[in-house]
Design a protein around this ligand. Structure first.
Ligand code: SF4
Ligand code: SF4
Length: 487
């Protein structure tokens, strides 16, 4: 009996050392010097414990009364620790209800004209829309005029890396062309392909909701979406009026948005760690733009696919939104809303960009998920600590427009964007949920998404291994910018 316990003890400690080694290799691969050092120390500690155990077993210590007591004590401790860290904690009913339980008061649909990007990116000084808007909203005028004088919503593009980052800025802006091209009405609200039009005029393709859901998800993934979910559309998350204009289509500005579709299919595209690592420098915006372009490509093609079955569909992407992507994604089961306001997903944390298609084709909606993000964010606060403009709240959730959530100060966040000329993304880079999904990080995510104690332990460990304010990383050689200004 004791022999078997000794052998299983050795197997257990070897497995633990193997996980320690895999974490060390992961940190080296992630190019995290601080985490690599701590992982090395941790691994050396594990090897010392394993070696001591083997020596004690070899000299027969575990056959003595004290040794047997220690062996049983070790089993008890290890068993209890594993049990406490992997048992499923009480579910969060708020997360499982999606955005429904976030609503605590009267919610007014948001007017796209009031977004900073519409105000400072679309409105032309002196135009009739400009005069009409500021007559109704004089509170924005001083801020917006100052922002316009700085060069628009993002200020002088790539300012933080100029003059050396000009090449990156050229790449960053190149990716914004595709979404603009794909914002034409025939792309975002497609008609069936001309070869199918006649037969579809007679009859739509008959397809069950189960099959339609499976096909739509499969097609979107084939096109490059990493995550796809379906939500029953909540009209509250649709804008009330159009506000963004890119192609002089001023007749669109101020148009009422009325969406009769019943479903939203939401897509998430992963942002690469290599490109997010240098945030807030230009590579991070190159990656954002690339994923906005990818999102537009996916949304427009999925909308065209649905139109070719005879149903109505509207693509929502970087250059054409009819609604707010994050609440739709929460309802579609892709993740939970975080302290920083981004969606937190189990697979990529906040390292994603979202796009969507609203449609009337019958589908099977997915269920919202409880991945422990709200609980983790309550403890963590790392994004709030690291945000250079203090735009992320340190405190509790508050009621905003009838919803209970953490409220980012968009004004100060965008002000910082304006200074540096990129979309910053420091909060995305430093979030503990953003780590590469290597084997040890997958293991950690599996624990923190189900267990409250693991969330406390790993939120604390993240600060130890990666630091309270993780440093900016170098970009890939091809995306270099000289004279980097570190945080
Ligand atoms: S950094 Fe922490 S608090 Fe902020 S979103 Fe990520 S997990 Fe939540
Ligand atoms: S993008 Fe930058 S400035 Fe904005 S909230 Fe995140 S860290 Fe703060």
């Amino acid at each position: 009996m004791i022999d078997i316990l000794i052998i299983f003890g050795a197997i257990g400690l070897t497995a633990q050392a193997f996980i320690g080694l895999s974490f060390l290799l992961s940190c080296i691969w992630e190019k995290e010097p601080r985490a690599s050092l701590f992982a090395l120390l941790q691994f050396i500690g594990m090897m010392i414990v394993l070696a001591a155990y083997l020596i004690l077993a070899w000299i027969g210590f575990f056959e003595t009364t004290i040794g047997t007591g220690l062996l049983f004590g070790g089993y008890l401790f290890a068993g209890l620790a594993v049990f406490l860290l992997i048992k499923r904690s009480r579910p969060n009913p708020k997360a499982l209800s999606g955005t429904k339980d976030m609503i605590v008061g009267e919610v007014k649909r948001f007017d796209e004209r009031e977004t900073l990007f519409s105000r400072t990116g679309s409105l032309r000084p002196g135009s009739k829309q400009y005069k009409a808007f500021y007559a109704e909203h004089p509170e924005y005028k001083v801020f917006d005029d100052a922002r316009r004088a700085q060069g628009g919503p993002m200020g002088h593009a790539g300012a933080i890396d100029r003059p050396h980052g000009d090449v990156n800025v050229a790449m960053m802006m190149a990716s914004s062309n595709l979404p603009t091209y794909l914002s034409d009405p025939d792309k975002v609200k497609p008609e069936p392909h001309f070869t199918l039009k006649q037969e579809l005029a007679k009859k739509k393709v008959t397809i069950s909701p189960e099959e339609a859901s499976e096909r739509v998800k499969g097609y979107a993934k084939m096109l490059g979406a990493q995550l796809v979910g379906i939500a029953e559309l909540n009209q509250l998350w649709m804008y009330s009026h159009r506000g963004r204009v890119f192609k002089h289509n001023w007749e669109d500005w101020g148009k009422k948005i009325s969406v009769t579709h019943r479903y939203a299919i939401v897509f998430a595209e992963e942002m690469s760690l290599d490109m997010i690592g240098p945030a807030p420098h230009t590579p991070t915006s190159m990656e954002s733009m690339k994923n906005y372009a990818k999102g537009a490509y996916i949304a427009v093609q999925v909308a065209a696919f649905i139109a070719n079955l005879g149903y109505s569909a509207t693509a929502n992407h970087f250059r054409y939104y009819e609604g707010l992507m994050v609440p739709l994604a929460v309802d579609a089961g892709l993740g939970e809303m975080s302290r920083m306001g981004y969606l937190l997903t189990k697979d990529f944390g906040p390292r994603i960009r979202l796009s969507a298609v609203t449609t009337d084709i019958p589908l099977i909606p997915d269920r919202p998920v409880d991945i422990g993000a709200e609980d983790f964010c309550r403890l963590c606060k790392k994004c709030a600590v690291c945000c250079p403009s203090q735009s992320i709240p340190m405190g509790d959730q508050v009621e905003v427009n009838g919803t209970l959530r953490w409220k980012l100060n968009e004004q100060t966040c965008y002000e910082y964007w304006g200074k540096i000329g990129t979309d910053c993304n420091i909060c995305m880079r430093i979030c503990p949920w953003s780590h590469a999904r290597t084997f040890p990080h997958r293991l950690i995510m599996a624990m923190i998404t189900r267990n409250a104690l693991a969330r406390r332990l790993f939120s604390f460990m993240d600060d130890i291994f990666y630091g309270k304010k993780p440093k900016t990383k170098d970009p890939p050689q091809w995306a270099r910018f000289k004279s980097p200004t570190h945080l």
